[in-house]
Design a protein around this ligand. Sequence first.
Ligand code: AMP
Ligand code: MG
Length: 388
Amino acid sequence: MISVKEAISIINNNIPKSKEIQLSLLDAQKHILAQDVISAINMPPFRQSAMDGYALHMHESLSYKLIGEIKAGDSHKMSLMPGEAIKIFTGAAVPDSTNAVMQIEKTSVTNEILTLNETINLNTNIRPIGEQIKANTIALSKGTKLNAAAIGFLAGLGITSVTVYKNPSVGILVTGNELVKPGNELEYGKIYESNSIMLQAALLDSGIKKCNLYEVNDDFLNTKNSIEKALKENDILLISGGISVGDYDFVKGALEELQVETLFYKVNQKPGKPLLVGKIEEKLVFALPGNPAASLSCYYIYVKPVLKKIAGELDENSSTKKEIKHDFTVNNTRSQFLKAAFLDNKVSVLSHQQSSMLNTFALANCLLHLPEGNYELKKGSKVDIYHI
Ligand code: AMP
Ligand code: MG
């Protein structure tokens, strides 16, 4: 049985190559740019008023002759002599012959004569052409993650689509005779199937908006056929359950018959010991244990970082060292991932750590990783946590 560290390193050596895709701006939300985006235009594209007020062709006196107005969106041009002014509005094009905009609150007008309440400096309240970005320069560089501001910024430059790293297609295959879809009657001996929706929700957090779902009963041939179909239709396959040593666990055998190379089977960890990771062509298969908390822990520790890397995110360390809030006794031959809460810079272990239980996982915001052994952790000791 390999260690968590070895498992992570094996996966890192087998991550499928990132692919590029052109997406419309909104579809590209949360994606990472695979190419620099160049602006075709200056922003602003013309000298622009930053205020509602008066554009002035400045001269010595504080009095100006008003000769017209330009609203936002107007395209007519005007030529002003020294001592002349026009009314202007925020976002409107400022005439070339004007050299400052006085905000309306600092003026008065009588009989088409504008009087400034105070002196004004050259270029006040005029946004110069290209102040934010010049034409033919980089608006956003390769590697930038597109948030709402980025999408707004690019749309403001007239850009409608971008080249980003493509999210892989992901399939989720659940196994188990005992599973019933929520919404149906629960017969004696059955449980509600919750892993597929839980994994879909986790995938959504990673920016995977849609995945393909498959279900199979505990039957070897059906399992094999379903896995074969799912492998054809997806780049990454998550399988839930059927990977332990029970008589009706058929996933490992099916993967072997399908020539999926086992990268590893079983990790010295709790929960999630029966995890199998396989590879066929460029595709990765994660056979996750069926117990819901084990399944989700394995997702966070092993699957999520892979999706991040394929999506072009930098190779950042996913775990960080934090102080534990209380004493804790470790007594385990396997390294543990504990549902934990990180609050006020301290981490505390939650109750209900069993791999079948999600009730406290629902309140967790991290997994606390403890190496195997028999030892006492004192309050304030540094421990490794994975933010989830
Ligand atoms: P398995 O890994 O198939 O042996 O399943 C381990 C435990 O997880 C069993 O108690 C299963 O009933 C439960 N389980 C398996 N798959 C699911 C699922 N999709 N949703 C909820 N519980 C599951
Ligand atoms: Mg099962």
